[in-house]
Design a protein. Structure first.
Length: 487
């Protein structure tokens, strides 16, 4: 066995080591049922109900339901193709596979900018949601008067981050155990809230309920609702590949993702939207008690608070794996417990301003969608069209020019420029900060054009800029060793 292959196998082993709890490549943690519950637990957290409430701010029930189905169906499908398929097939963390798309330096650039700050933002948001849900339980049970932005909410958010860190320190097996308890309870409670809405609200009342804070242009409201839900579907891209690589077969990675992140998410979002339209508040920590009554509402808030912990754990698990891969030897030598603790520093700081991201939820989701849509388009074009789903596993780990996926300076300029062009197209069509849009946005949104432009640009620029580098001109995999044989 050559030194390059030995080094590659050592890197693969280090890829998923949690202190004294290693999970090696090829060791599968989740079957179809396990991963379904993981995804249901991710989907039915407070943020899913908040998405429904935010959609209700723009459109009524009919338009909102259509926007959620269209946005989530497309966003989740694109996200899964750009993350789960390749990672599950090769059993390799998705940011390692991305070396073939962006180069090792390009992956580090994306991880320490787009991915890191997006996932830190989600972590802070989930922590604050846990704090608000727990504060609301205290108000109902003990008669306290904790406001949504009180220091107690911050302290509870910090507690959520601390609990998530403890779960993470134990590794993905603990996440699996946690989801087996929380996810089924959440599914039952969500179904119960849906039944309550149907029995306590007439169908005509629901259909005629006006949106909470719409813009004057109805067509723009619907387009914004679709784009918002597209961003929600795409927002899982940074974490899903790293989770799906631990599944036992392809169907255990792909379909549970769609069942949970589309099916379960849609149910929770519809409940959130209907409750917001009929009760007049988009915040699920506010309307759950009025909807379910004191004890059912409290139970729902407790379960949803715990669901936020599972989402937190899964998000940080995948992101810290990405940091370890992108950071090279320096981060590889840091113990898993310390690396995950360091990740929580910025979310902990943001928690001292609970309304910072909570009140700007739509803006946060769509800004992250601007980059994630472009990344997804680039990755799909590279893996499915240029690489034809064939990768040389050893080559992903070989250093420098020894790797068939070597790019000059470590950066695939074609991939990075393509992603940049896609993001620019997004912001031109729709500026998440100012909410300014072009007329075409009402018909084609911004995420879909961003992904398409990034994909087409990558297909055009790659043969121009990578005639010799990156393995595009050599067939990617040696004739005597296919990808499956490499595995």
């Amino acid at each position: 066995m050559g030194d390059g292959l030995m080094a590659a196998e050592e890197d693969v082993t280090r890829e998923a080591t949690f202190g004294s709890l290693p999970v090696l490549r090829g060791e599968r943690v989740w079957n179809f049922t396990d991963f379904t519950w993981v995804n249901v637990g991710l989907a039915i957290a407070t943020w899913a109900f908040l998405v429904g409430g935010s959609t209700a701010a723009l459109v009524g029930f009919r338009e909102g339901l259509a926007a959620m189905i269209i946005g989530n169906a497309i966003g989740v499908a694109v996200m899964l193709l750009a993350s789960v398929v390749s990672s599950q097939r090769y059993g390799v963390e998705q940011y390692t596979i991305l070396r073939s798309v962006y180069g090792i330096g390009g992956v580090a650039l994306l991880v320490f900018t787009v991915v890191l700050f997006t996932e830190m933002g989600w972590s802070a948001l989930l922590g604050v949601m846990f704090g608000r849900a727990t504060a609301q339980v205290s108000n109902e049970v003990f008669g306290t008067h904790i406001g949504p932005n009180a220091i107690v909410v911050t302290l509870l958010a910090l507690l959520a981050l601390a609990i998530a860190w403890v779960v993470l320190a134990k590794g993905p097996l603990t996440i699996r155990w946690f989801n087996r308890i929380v996810a089924p309870g959440l599914a039952i409670l969500t179904f119960g809230m849906a039944v309550l809405l149907i029995t306590e609200t007439s169908w005509s009342e629901l259909l005629n309920a006006p949106p909470l804070e719409p813009f004057p242009d109805e067509r723009l409201n619907f387009a914004l609702a679709v784009e918002f839900n597209l961003g929600v579907g795409l927002s899982w891209w940074p974490v899903m590949g790293s989770l799906a690589r631990l599944t036992d077969k392809p169907r255990s990675g792909l379909w549970p993702g769609y069942i949970g992140l589309f099916g379960a998410t849609l149910v929770a979002q519809v409940v959130g939207m209907a409750a917001a339209l009929t009760l007049g508040d988009s915040d699920p920590t506010v309307w759950m008690v009025p909807l379910g009554g004191q004890w059912l509402g409290i139970l729902a808030l407790v379960f949803i608070g715990f669901a936020n912990l599972t989402s937190l754990s899964s998000i940080v698990y995948s992101t810290c794996l990405a940091l370890r891969q992108a950071g090279g030897n320096r981060l590889t030598r840091i113990r898993w417990e310390w690396l995950t603790a360091a990740f929580f520093v910025l979310p902990a700081v943001v928690s001292f301003w609970p309304n910072l991201l909570y009140d700007k939820f739509l803006v946060f989701v769509t800004w992250s969608g601007a980059f994630l849509a472009a990344i997804a388009g680039t990755v799909i074009a590279d893996y499915f069209v240029l690489r034809r789903q064939r990768l040389q596993l050893r080559g992903l780990y070989e250093p420098g020019k020894a790797s068939p996926y070597h790019f000059s300076g470590g950066f695939n300029v074609a991939g990075l420029v393509s992603t940049g062009l896609g993001a620019v197209v997004y912001v031109v069509l729709y500026n998440p900060q100012t909410l300014a849009t072009k007329p075409a946005f009402d018909y084609i949104t911004a995420s879909v054009p961003a992904a398409i432009v990034a994909a087409v640009a990558h297909l055009v620029l790659t043969p121009l800029l990578n005639r010799r580098g990156g393995g595009y001109a050599t067939g990617h995999v040696p004739a005597h060793r296919t990808a499956k044989e490499t595995l």
